[in-house]
Design a protein around this ligand. Structure first.
Ligand SMILES: [Zn+2]
Length: 604
């Protein structure tokens, strides 16, 4: 995929890698490099490293690596060309007009789905105010107490109770194809094979991403039919575990916390009452991906779940998921077992003030946990106390912040009237269990990331004739990428057929020829010219990372040293190769090797 060089250079210079990655990862400076906790795998000590000098990043934990485009591609879950597009948009750069993009058809389909969703949202909104939408409007206004303004602000609508009104409209009036509508999950096939609207007789909630695209819908049925809520299935533009409802609104809030609710209606009711910082999951329990997205915008979460048992269990799960992402959680307890929507409605004009008090007075996760576990057991009895302490030890051990754990070990032991030591020992025992479990989970996760990199293409061939030569070939090639002024010196002494590793050889050849032509040899340019796979990009980033980590002084002497190793090693034959030679060949070879060794020793 040949994006113009000029364009790539401009894109790279406008999207400084340190700057872009800082938007997602908290980076700490360490000499000429920056380190942070890897966003692609769970870890407690940073192995994710950014190299501003080479415009690259590499994670020594999970092997994810590449340039700024690769980073955005993985982080935002995009394909290559859309990652480029995002960076171009972000930096006000015009995308080159092209017909040479093999991803174009995928990209085009996504654009069509966005367009179809936008038309569908408009259709639903207009229907709401027609006779066919009366039931929906009645529900939203009279039952839920929403104003026209709120309805418009969220673009709520109504899917008519008809077989294929939307499909017919989008095909006949708006010229979408049935395939596009099916891919958007707006149209489905009935059992008899006819076309059918996916959503019928439902109040519609469009789901809008942070860039303003309508990516999916949730629909609430107006009859007693099941399911009560129906959502768009995963499509090329939407994955429910990777999105949060109303994030497009909340991202602009001045509040330092987001309120996480269970349903759309809670978010909308809160918004109407004056809270512009509420979001909700999309019909699933909070997922790790959602927590990661959440964390990009805010580091504090106020959980506002139903007070029934299911809601409280969901809150505990969310606490653990957020804790792993270092998001601090608070839990709102709505009085009388009400959900926020009901609570605000009941309080009428005072809705805002009352709910504000609940939010401001919300307890942090440990206090919340401790209160609820205490209320579960009779702490006047020894058994009850023991049960509370056992559960507390487990909970404290699960916290990732040691300071918080320590503080609450003191506080809880005091409150329960036991020695701090005994609770501490119980916590430590639990910690060992947790550590082992987490170590196992981390290992699984790292394996998953490595597999996902490899999935897109087999890793470049790694078999080098000897470890020594393979390493030197990689180091030399990376060296020349950083110091292209030595390329002619290397080319004069070392032809690429001396290389034992196909991948390093390919890069070396490309670097030499590009330098000859006066072109850039950064990761971005090389990956683009050679059309590298994700696995190969990681490999290239690793070569550069290794050089950055190991070589202090990028001097001519170092360059020569690498060249010498590659040359010497290329002379050595492997056992396999030896067995294929005639005896004469072998004695020749041994003689030559002896002379080389002698010469080498004399030089030293
Ligand atoms: Zn990693």
């Amino acid at each position: 995929m040949a994006l113009p060089e000029e364009f790539l250079r401009e894109l790279r210079s406008r999207n400084d890698i340190e700057n872009v990655i800082s938007g997602y990862v908290h980076l700490r400076r360490r000499g000429r490099t920056l380190v942070g906790l890897c966003p692609f795998h769970g870890e407690k000590t940073p192995s994710f490293t950014v190299y501003p000098d080479t415009d690259s990043f590499y994670c020594f934990g999970c092997q994810a690596g590449g340039d700024v485009i690769t980073f955005i591609k993985r982080m935002e879950n995009l394909d290559y060309i859309d990652a480029v597009r995002l960076l171009a948009e972000r930096s006000g750069l015009q995308m080159p007009e092209n017909r040479f993009d093999p991803d174009n058809s995928k990209h085009d389909l996504r654009m069509r789905i966005y367009a179809a969703n936008r038309e569908a949202a408009m259709f639903y909104y207009n229907t709401l105010y027609k006779k066919e939408g009366a039931a929906g409007l009645d529900y939203l206004k009279n039952n839920r107490g929403l104003t026209d303004r709120t309805i418009r602000s969220f673009g709520l609508g109504f899917a008519p109770d008809s077989m294929s009104q939307l499909t017919d409209y989008l095909v006949n009036e708006k010229k979408f194809t049935v395939r596009e509508l099916a891919e958007a999950n707006l149209t489905i096939r009935s059992q008899r094979g006819g076309l059918m609207d996916r959503f019928r007789n439902r109040v519609m909630f469009p789901i809008i991403d942070v860039r303003g695209n309508v990516i999916a819908f949730g629909g609430r049925i107006m009859s007693d039919e099941k399911p009560k809520y129906l959502n768009t299935s995963d499509t090329p533009v939407y994955k429910k575990t990777n999105n949060l409802f109303a994030l497009n609104k909340a991202k602009g809030t001045k509040e330092d916390k987001f309120i996480l609710c269970e349903g759309y209606m809670d978010v909308i009711a809160l918004y109407q009452a004056g809270f512009d910082n509420a979001v909700a999951g999309l019909g699933t329990a909070l997922t790790e991906e959602q927590a990661k997205i959440f964390k990009r915008y805010r580091k504090k979460a106020v959980l506002c779940y139903d007070s029934d048992e299911a809601g409280q269990n969901a809150a505990m799960r969310a606490i653990h998921i957020f804790d792993k992402q270092n998001v601090e959680t608070f839990v709102v307890k709505v009085p009388d077992g009400k959900d926020p929507d009901e609570y605000i409605k009941r309080n009428g004009k005072d809705g805002y003030t009352k709910f504000r008090m609940l939010v401001d007075g919300s307890k942090n996760e440990v206090d919340y946990f401790y209160d609820s576990v205490k209320s579960k057991h009779n702490i006047q009895t020894t058994n009850g106390k023991l049960a509370v302490l056992t559960e507390a030890a487990q909970f404290l051990a699960s916290l990732s912040d040691p300071l918080k754990r320590d503080l609450y070990t003191s506080r809880i032991s005091e409150d329960m009237g036991v020695k701090r030591d005994s609770l501490e020992r119980a916590v430590e025992a639990e910690l060992r269990v947790v550590d082992q479990r987490e170590a196992n989970a981390r290992e699984r996760e790292v394996r998953k990331v490595i597999e996902s990199i490899n999935e897109t293409a087999a890793m470049p061939q790694m078999k080098a004739k000897s470890k020594r030569s393979g390493k030197a070939e990689e180091m030399l090639t990376a060296f020349l990428m950083v110091r292209p002024e030595y390329a002619s010196r290397a080319a004069a002494r070392l032809s690429s057929d001396k290389f034992s590793m196909p991948f390093a050889k390919r890069i070396y050849e490309c670097v030499i020829s590009r330098v000859n032509e006066g072109k850039n040899v950064g990761i971005t340019e090389l990956s683009t010219e050679l059309d590298l796979t994700d696995g190969e990009r990681s490999k290239l980033a690793k070569m550069v990372a290794d050089l950055n980590e190991q070589a202090v002084d990028l001097s001519a002497a170092l360059c020569d040293e690498y060249i010498n190793v590659v040359l010497t090693e290329s002379e050595k034959l492997t056992v396999n190769e030896l067995s294929e030679r005639s005896d004469d060949d072998i004695s020749d070879y041994i003689k030559r090797r002896r002379e080389q060794e002698k010469k080498r020793k004399q030089q030293q």
